[in-house]
Design a protein around this ligand. Structure first.
Ligand SMILES: Cc1cc2nc3c(=O)[nH]c(=O)nc-3n(C[C@H](O)[C@H](O)[C@H](O)COP(=O)(O)O)c2cc1C
Length: 341
């Protein structure tokens, strides 16, 4: 019943969301196939210019009439055009033979308000927010246009804060098993599933979506049994043949056999994120630039590592569920297994 409510809201066949994953890991073709199957596809807008985001939206729309969502990194701060890289990053660049300059440039990223205008113009009816929350005016403008807003949280306190302000239609609760960045807006500690589910008492009509560590049908059924209305899956989709993760990345994911091979690190982007333990993730910095400054400070290293198949210096985001995946299925087979076992 609750599940049907979420599907009605998202206009999908299944209460499953393909997690937004920034960094060019999922093509428009991939996202459209997910939508066609009856799962909600997600276009990540993180690190994209407005033109790049619009091209992604148009590409997905050209391949499917089914709904999809756009994910926003919400950050109302202003950043400089250039920053000095941390000394440890410069040392690492020198050791890899790629050092060119002490500083690095930051691209001009679109404002949240500009992204909202774009998605309204394209009649995208669902968004999810990460790292921050919409300003009241942005929220109202999108709601007036008929949109639904999912807010990523890691804790009960974050969920309660946004729901008591009447600023969310759905909550994406990302737990400690999730791959990639910790997506909440208060840098709160992770709560456990049972604590999040107590929200049902005060907000019975708000769908709760569980994200983190879900890779197969059994995990989905457990989430629904616990009382969640749906699930969001990242690493499982990453580990399909059609994902654009590099071969080195996929092999590193397949090589995981223990949770201890994963860690949470801020060194790569300036924000806490969960991925495979490697030299870059373990880099210790005396002064860490905030997100996204450190993301751009380490970009040359990560690009070099990707181009030269060096897993030690890439960002290899992964959730705990990766440990239980032993082969890379075709996307279609993976989605079929999620809903049919
Ligand atoms: C490679 C990668 C990139 C991600 N990028 C984003 C992103 O752009 N926006 C976002 O809200 N979450 C992002 N996440 C987090 C996912 O949305 C989701 O919370 C997480 O993958 C769920 O855990 P799982 O990987 O165990 O399924 C990313 C996760 C991964 C693995």
């Amino acid at each position: 019943m609750k599940t049907r409510f979420l599907c009605q809201l998202l206009e999908t066949q299944y209460p499953i969301i393909q997690a937004p994953m920034a960094g060019g890991i999922l093509s428009a073709d991939f996202i459209a196939k997910v939508c066609e199957f009856g799962i909600l596809g997600s276009i990540p807008s993180g690190y994209l210019s407005l033109a790049q985001l619009e091209a992604s939206i148009e590409a997905v729309k050209s391949m499917t009439d089914r709904p999809f969502q756009v994910n926003l990194f919400v950050d109302h701060s202003e950043y400089p055009e250039k920053i000095d890289k941390p000394v440890e990053v410069i040392e690492l660049e020198k050791s890899l033979g790629i050092f060119i300059s002490h500083d690095c440039s930051l691209p001009k990223l679109p404002s949240t308000s500009d992204i909202i205008d774009l998605i309204i113009a394209h009649q995208v009816t669902a968004i999810s927010t990460t790292f921050g929350v919409l300003r009241d005016e942005e929220y109202q403008r999108y709601k007036k246009a008929g949109g639904h807003v999912m807010v990523t949280v890691n804790s009960f306190a974050e969920a309660h804060k946004i729901l008591s302000a009447d600023h969310a239609d759905m909550i994406v609760y990302q737990n400690a098993l999730a791959g990639g960045h910790k997506g909440g807006f208060n840098d709160a500690e992770y709560d456990i599933d049972a604590v999040i589910l107590t929200l049902k008492k005060d907000y019975p009509k708000i769908p709760l979506i569980k994200s983190g560590g879900i890779v197969n049908q059994q995990d989905i059924l457990l989430a629904l049994e616990q009382g969640f209305d749906g699930v969001q899956i990242g690493t499982g989709f990453l580990m399909t043949q059609e994902s654009s993760a590099s071969e080195t990345y996929k092999q590193a994911l397949l090589g995981l056999c223990d949770d201890k091979q994963l860690m949470q690190t801020s060194s790569i982007t300036g924000r806490k994120a969960r991925g495979i333990v490697n030299e870059l993730a373990m880099l210790e910095l005396s002064q860490l630039p905030v997100f996204p400054l450190q993301h751009y400070a380490t970009k040359a290293i990560r690009d070099h590592a990707k181009n030269h198949d060096l897993p030690q210096y890439q960002s290899l985001w992964a959730g705990s569920g990766a440990v239980s995946i032993t082969s890379l299925p075709l996307l279609e087979d993976y989605m079929f297994s999620l809903v049919n076992g």
